[in-house]
Design a binder for this molecule. Sequence first.
Ligand SMILES: [Zn+2]
Ligand SMILES: [Zn+2]
Length: 135
Amino acid sequence: METSEKTSCPKCGGDLESKGLNIEEDSFAFEQCSGCYGLLIPAGVTRKLKANWGPDTNIDTGSETIGKKYDKVDDIQCLKCNTPMDKIEDPEQPHIWYESCPSCGSSFYDAGELKDLNEKSFTDLLKRFTKGTRK
Ligand SMILES: [Zn+2]
Ligand SMILES: [Zn+2]
């Protein structure tokens, strides 16, 4: 028997699809909404993604325009444990807000947010490298 556990997106009510991603030798599971392309990322994976961001790990495939629309929906519950999620401001990039579960640590990113978060970090990293080579 097939176990197809359908979870609805807390933002738009669309279906969440379970997906997998390999970073180095580890594999991670995350969920992406087929409606608004929001991403539910388990605790710890965001950091891994940040450290290994590139074309192969870019799972944020949704349109930023759609993401912006659903960014306004901020009263959501964690899909994993039903705890109301906190709205978190990224300390490095205060214009990015995402939802984080205070209980299990899962985060929900609207389409475009994760990309924004990581591409900025990547540029910062490059800047740091450039500074490091100066004599
Ligand atoms: Zn959705
Ligand atoms: Zn949770």
